[in-house]
Design a protein around this ligand. Sequence first.
Ligand code: ACO
Length: 322
Amino acid sequence: GIRSVARGIGSYLPANVVTNADLAARIDTSDEWIVQRTGIRQRHVAAPGEFTSHLGLKAAERALAAAGLAAADIDLIVLATSTPDQTFPATSATIQAELGITRGAAFDVQAVCSGFVFALATADAYLKTGAFQRALVIGAETFSRILDWEDRGTCVLFGDGAGAVVLEAVETDAAKGRGVLTTHLRTDGRHRTKLYVDGGPSSTGTVGHLRMEGREVFKHAVGMITDVIVDAFAATGESAESIDWFVPHQANRRIIDASAQKLGIAPEKVVTTVALHGNTSAASIPLALDLAVRDGRVKPGDLVLLEAMGGGFTWGSALVRW
Ligand code: ACO
């Protein structure tokens, strides 16, 4: 058999930081309200002319450098994004060209905030078949472009950024227990009107803005997240005690804390970046994981639990021996 083993990780945040105080100067909100309800203190916002492909490219280059690999070593790019540069071609094709890669395949995956887990599961499945050898799995978003900056209920929540992981197909024996151990993906489209964008090429011919019933999302989030994590534990025999790190999608501090508590995951195992990054959708997990790898928390051989939930609703988990 084959395991998909992580060789390197990288991330990128646009330089421009927007604090809660900056938002309070523009709309009727306050640092206190945002911090109490979400834990968010600041977010990064892409500059005009800085696109999702630019953020994703920088994260990919950093992941390749960390892996000690060249772009030419990559034969698969799976990019998770809900904010593509254009309707088509896929933004992954732009990143592929910017990296100078001319072989293999590149495509985008669209599962909103769950996108990185869906992209990781997709790349893992392809690598295991032997179809590809080395994949770049990228989450990159510019949600600032689809926010209604007049809607205080949503615009304070999101930020821009990108993260990327290099996965390599390794014979199971040689992997020595490392790699993607299991992934679990779910979608329930009956919830599609609770978190959505009110535009698109086929319906309105416009890009549209993000709309959300925040309380409805909150109500479903913890149960959905914990369900797919229970699935991951059942499939592997691992548990809240045996994992080393919990790296959840970073939407909201209260959702993260409630999920960890319900699962019995110790607070010191939880990696949280929501205060600094806001909700960067598909980019949030690789951004948080990259931070924890670079600051020495996540070490080779550690058991890392990833989880996300988002528009659709989509939700999923991945258990990775780093
Ligand atoms: N500043 C000040 N007041 C605000 C703001 C704001 N930014 N936004 C809303 N309010 C007001 C509302 O207008 C309302 O006022 P009213 O009582 O006078 O009508 C009051 O605050 C309460 O509004 P609610 O929407 O009921 O507030 P709630 O406690 O539900 O918090 C929040 C809102 C933070 C969005 C919460 O519902 C939540 O976290 N939901 C989860 C949503 C989420 O994380 N989505 C991310 C995408 S999905 C994902 O990634 C998992």
